[in-house]
Each structure stands twice: as C-alpha cells, then as structure tokens.
Design a protein around this ligand. Structure first.
Ligand code: DX5
Ligand code: ZN
Length: 218
C-alpha cells in the first residue's frame, strides 16, 4: 500500500480548513504537519495551538514532523493537541531510545527522521520499536526544495534492514517529491510520500494527488 501525506507547509495558511477539506476529499491518508522552531532548522512554522484548532475540523490522522530541539519537552503537548503520529529528528535527540518510549507510552505512533547526511545504521538498535522511518530527501527547513538523489540508496538500504529483521516499519520520504520522481522513490522501497508544493502549488490539487498516487503505484 502506498500512502500520500500532503504537507500543509505549502498550503495557504489563511485557508487551512479549505486545504484540509480538499486533501480529505482527494482521499489522502494523513496530514503531514511540519513543526519548526528556528533552532533545529532556520525556519519557524506552526505549533500546538494551531494543531489543536485544526483537530476540531477534521478527523484525518495528523502526522506531526517535529523539527525542533529538545522534542522530549513537548511530546505530551502535541498529543493533547491531536497528534496521531509523532516523528522526531534523530539528530535532535540525545536519548533517542528514551524519547521513542515516551511517544509510545502515549499510544501514538512513532517515527524517527534522518537528515540527508545521517546514515540509516544509526537506527539499528531502535528499528524494531518504530512504526515509521522518515527519510529526509531535502535538508529540513523549507518546502519547495529539490529532491536529493542520494536518498534513494538510503531508502533501499533501510528497506533491506527492515526485511532482514522481518519488521513492519514503514518508510516515509519527505522533500522534493513530484510526479516525475515519485515512481523511482516508490521502487526504492518507500511506503508513504510527503508532498507539499507538488500538491498545494498545483492549479488542480485534487488531480495532483490522484496523479502522485497513480505514479507511486505504477
Ligand atoms: C521540509 C519539510 C517538508 C516540506 C515538503 O523541512 O519537512 O515536509 O514541507 O515540501 P515539498 O514537497 O515542497 O518539498
Ligand atoms: Zn516534513
């Protein structure tokens, strides 16, 4: 199963409700919400207050991507705001195993994201505890960047690690995904595709979702 996760970072923030209804109607599987703190990444986006408001207008699962330092301080806050899945950046966690346990204890799904320069083998001893690995295919911080091709090898290697250990861990890929490259990313072993500009900057976003899904599955 190949899943599409629109990133609302590229949506019109004055009309978030409308954007969410659109991706719901387009049959998207979850909403990818990028939280940035101006410290882990050089950009600041939205936080729990906005997520809490969005939770009231939609039932779509919230996939929260935390690009923040010291994420352990905010896990419960994001859960209360409505997170269904929380992904932390491996590079931001001094005690990665501990924070994975912290997220799991809330009942939410847990993911760990790897920056483009971070090798997949740093997850070797925690992989069996995860629901998802997020392969960053751009340097985090901004939407609309170009896909880094080296990510394909990381996806292939991760897929092999997961299969070798017979685990049920999904591979999500985030950054620079579009209709032209989604198929090769899918072939490499990705299960969940985050797309911001490819959906929200399109003149026909509903069609864009349909085309992305079809290309991922072909
Ligand atoms: C980047 C974010 C991504 C980004 C994807 O730091 O994590 O989710 O919004 O946007 P596109 O699809 O435009 O690269
Ligand atoms: Zn993201």
């Amino acid at each position: 199963m190949k899943l599409i996760a629109p990133s609302i970072l590229a949506a019109d923030f004055a009309n978030l409700n409308k954007s969410i209804k659109m991706v719901e109607e387009a049959g998207c599987d979850m909403l990818h919400i990028d939280v940035m703190d101006g410290r882990f990444v050089p950009n600041i986006t939205i936080g729990p207050v906005v997520i809490e408001s969005l939770r009231k207008v939609t039932g779509i699962p919230f996939d929260i991507h935390l690009m923040i330092v010291e994420p352990e301080k905010y896990i419960e806050t994001f859960i209360e705001a409505g997170a269904d899945m929380i992904t932390v950046q491996a590079e931001a966690c001094v005690h990665l195993d501990r924070i994975i346990q912290q997220i799991k204890s809330t009942g939410a799904k847990v993911g760990v994201a790897l920056n483009p320069s971070t090798p997949e083998h740093m997850l070797e001893y925690v992989l069996d505890q995860l629901d998802m690995v997020l392969v960053m295919s751009v340097n985090p911080g901004f939407g609309g960047q170009e896909f880094i091709n080296g990510s394909l090898r990381k996806i292939t290697n991760l897929k092999a690690m997961i299969e070798q250990k017979s685990l049920n861990v999904k591979i999500q890929v985030d950054g620079g995904i579009n209709q032209n490259n989604i198929n090769k990313i899918s072939q490499a072993g990705a299960d969940i595709f985050v797309a911001g500009s490819a959906i929200f900057n399109s003149t026909k976003p509903t069609e864009a979702v349909k085309h992305l899904r079809a290309a991922a599955m072909s």
